[in-house]
Design a protein around this ligand. Structure first.
Ligand code: G3I
Length: 349
C-alpha cells in the first residue's frame, strides 16, 4: 500500500473508533429515546461504591427513590421532631448527580412511629398531625421531588380499605385530604397513589381506580398511580405467576383512562432461589414483558427498579427461599434480566 493510502486508511479507522456507538447506551437513554421520562432505582446510600456507581450511571438511571429515608419513622420520629439529616443526603446526592427524586412516602400505615399509630388522636388532631407532617416534609423538598408517593398501600387485597390509624380515625377522606396538603406544600411535584398487587386486574386494581375517582371528586389534583410491581416470574409461595402483557396493559389503561399517569414504582421480579441459568432466562423475559407493557401505554412515564443488587434486596429477609429479583446479582454483575429489560424498552411492538 502507498504511504498516503496507508495514512488515509488509518485516519478513517481512527475516526470510526472515535464515533460514539450507535443506539442508546443504557436503560434511561433508551427510555428517553422512546419519549418517556425516566428509569429509576431505589437507593440506599450504604457506602458500597460499586453499587453507587451503577446507580449514578446516567445512561441507566436518571431518577431514584430514597428506599427508607423519607418514611415517617425516619423523618418525624417524635411529634413535630423532624430529623432531616438522612433525607438531606439523598437530596444532595440527587443535585450532585443530576437525578430526579421520586419521593417516598408521606402517608403510610407501615414504618409509622407508635406516637402516631397508637396516639389515640381524634379526627381533627390527626388531620392536623398529617398536615404538619406533609407541610414540613413535602415543603422542605418541594424543589427536588419530581414525584411524591402521597398515600401508600391504603388497600386490602380485596380492594376494600386497609385498617390503619388514618382510615380508622378519619375515614376514606384521609386520602383526598393528604393529596390536598401535598399539592399546597409542593405544587410542582406530581402526586401519586402507590400500591402493590395492582398488576393482576383484580379487585385491588379496581380499588385504586376508586381512589383516583375519590380524590378527583373532592376537586383535588392526583397526577398518577404507582404500581409497585413486586412480581414473580414463576409461582412462589407468596406471588406469581407473572401477569401477561395484555393484562398489564389493561391494568395501566384502566388508570390512564381516568386522566392520570402511571409508573411502575418498585419493580423486582423474584423466583424460588437458588437461581439457575434457566430461571435467569425466564426472568429476563419477565422484565421484557413488564417493560413492553409500559411502553405500550402512552402515559406510562417511567419505571423504577427496587434496588440495584440482589445482595441488598428486601425480599430474602421477608420471604425466605425467594429472591434474586433485580438486574444485578449479589456480586454486582449484570444479569440477563438487564438485557431483557433493555430489550423491552427498545421494542417497537
Ligand atoms: O435502620 C435500621 C437499623 O438501624 C437496624 O439495625 C436494622 C435491624 O433490623 O433495621 C434497620 O431498619 C430496616 C430498614 O429497612 C433499613 O434497612 C428495617 O428493619 C427494615 O424493615 C426496612 O425494610 C424496608 C421495608 O420497606 C420496610 O417496610 C426495606 O428496606 C424497603 O426496601 C421496603 O420497601 C417497601 C416500600 O417502602 C413500600 N412498598 C414495599 C417495599 C418492600 O417491602
Amino acid at each position: 500500500m502507498h504511504f498516503t493510502q496507508l495514512l488515509t486508511t488509518l485516519a478513517l479507522a481512527g475516526s470510526a473508533f472515535a464515533m460514539p456507538p450507535k443506539g442508546p447506551k443504557g436503560l434511561a437513554d433508551a427510555m428517553k429515546e422512546r419519549g418517556r421520562e425516566f428509569i429509576g432505582t431505589a437507593l440506599t446510600l450504604r457506602g458500597n461504591a460499586t453499587e453507587e456507581a451503577i446507580a449514578r450511571n446516567p445512561a441507566d438511571f436518571n431518577s431514584f427513590t430514597p428506599e427508607n429515608s423519607m418514611k415517617w419513622e425516619s423523618i418525624e420520629p417524635g411529634r413535630n421532631n423532624f430529623t432531616f439529616d438522612d433525607a438531606d443526603r439523598y437530596r444532595d446526592w440527587a443535585k450532585k448527580n443530576k437525578k430526579e427524586i421520586h419521593c417516598h412516602t408521606l402517608v403510610w400505615h407501615s414504618q409509622l412511629p407508635t406516637w402516631v399509630s397508637q396516639g389515640g388522636f381524634d379526627n381533627a388532631t390527626l388531620i392536623s398531625i398529617m398536615k404538619n407532617h406533609i407541610f414540613k416534609v413535602a415543603g422542605r423538598y418541594k424543589d427536588v421531588c419530581t414525584r411524591w408517593d402521597v398515600v401508600n398501600e391504603a388497600l386490602n387485597e380485596d380492594g376494600t380499605y386497609r385498617s390503619s390509624v388514618f382510615y380508622n380515625t378519619i375515614g376514606e377522606a384521609f386520602i383526598p385530604i393528604a393529596f390536598r396538603f401535598a399539592k399546597q406544600a409542593s405544587p410542582k411535584s406530581e402526586l401519586f397513589y402507590n400500591d402493590y398487587n395492582l398488576e393482576y386486574n383484580g379487585n385491588k386494581t379496581l380499588g385504586a381506580q376508586r381512589i383516583v375517582k375519590l380524590v378527583q371528586s373532592y376537586g383535588v389534583e392526583i397526577n398518577g398511580v404507582g404500581l409497585q410491581a413486586h412480581l414473580a416470574q414463576e409461582t412462589t409461595p407468596t406471588a406469581g405467576p407473572l401477569p401477561d402483557q395484555k393484562t398489564l396493559e389493561t391494568v395501566l389503561r384502566g388508570y390512564t383512562q381516568l386522566d392520570v399517569d402511571v409508573v411502575y414504582t418498585e419493580i423486582d421480579i423474584r423466583m424460588n432461589t437458588p437461581a439457575t441459568p434457566e430461571k435467569l432466562r425466564a426472568q429476563a423475559k419477565a422484565y421484557e414483558t413488564v417493560a413492553k407493557s409500559c411502553l405500550a401505554v402512552k402515559r406510562c412515564i417511567g419505571m423504577t427498579v427496587w434496588g440495584i443488587s440482589d445482595a441488598f434486596s428486601w425480599i430474602p429477609g421477608v420471604f425466605p427461599g425467594e429472591g434474586a429479583a433485580l438486574l444485578w446479582d449479589e456480586n454486582l454483575k449484570k444479569k440477563p434480566a438487564y438485557d431483557g429489560f433493555l430489550k423491552g424498552i427498545k421494542a417497537r411492538k
